[in-house]
Design a protein around this ligand. Sequence first.
Ligand code: CA
Ligand code: CA
Ligand code: CA
Ligand code: CA
Ligand code: CA
Length: 341
Amino acid sequence: MIALTFLGCSQNRNDLMPAVVVHADFETEPTPKKGDVLDDSAIWINPANPYKSLIIGTNKKGGGLEVYDLSGKVVQKLADGKFNNVDLRYGMEVNGKSVDIVVTSNRTDDTLALYGVETEKSRLYPMVQKKIETLKKSYGLCMYQDKEQHKVYVFVNNKLGEILQLELFAQGETIDAKEVRRFHVGSQTEGCVADDEQSILYIGEENVGIWKYLAKPDAANHRVLIDSTENGHLTADVEGLALYTLENGGGYLIASSQGDNSYTVYDRKTGNYLGRFSIVEGVIDGTSETDGIAVTSSPIGQLYPYGMMVVQDGENTPSGRQNFKVLRIEKILGKLGLLDI
Ligand code: CA
Ligand code: CA
Ligand code: CA
Ligand code: CA
Ligand code: CA
């Protein structure tokens, strides 16, 4: 924050540092309806055949989940509600089996909708579940897995800035959840991501900035501001958050700075701001007003040797029906000087 004192003005620091520009590599099939329909995404890596991995997108106008293959083609639709955010974790133990579990915030009735992934077929199926109620006006969602304790948690938030931490558990084949923690961020929040290895939760308070909390259910609620919409590098709303993880705690936190159609990048270890980028028009149109983002550092064969980023695009041209843009992550991190390739 010394630099702020040096500047001696309230100007957003973005004025001094232009965003690096990149182009999308492909885009998903547009959603059938016009309007602000799509929101968040998650990337599921097929461990047996990475080329059969999936991009799982939410349709918040009642279309539930729209699932794409790596060519962007819709391979599955699960129109089970107004799903706002989605996240996933690998290997939850359910009735003696290891299940990759996909969780969404269902705004139709403020519950969680849960799916498993059938690896052989790269297909989602609804989990047998209890009705898991969350928060009134539920909104964002992210997952946290404590591998040492063999626990899987879901953070759900709402437009009032409340955060509910639920622990998922299986009774036979049936998934249920119990509340383990509840706190308040201050004002409307949505985008969040947990760093499983570091037991950290990052939350975007949409008009304020990105907060870092501890993720364990018995953790204190003290917090650190990673970046701000005031004198920082973010332009409200702060939207999707995602992590690019490297060995030994290395990697990056990436945020959608919705108000200026850019994405900001932070050091995973220190939280220091490292740069920003925009996805601009090329063969494929650029992105704007991005809600959710998803990032993986898992290589997907020769196609995505360093991993992938998926970005919701607020205005997809020429169709006018929203979709997701997909990028090789090394283009972004390479241009920012953050990856040795
Ligand atoms: Ca939107
Ligand atoms: Ca939002
Ligand atoms: Ca959103
Ligand atoms: Ca666009
Ligand atoms: Ca397009």
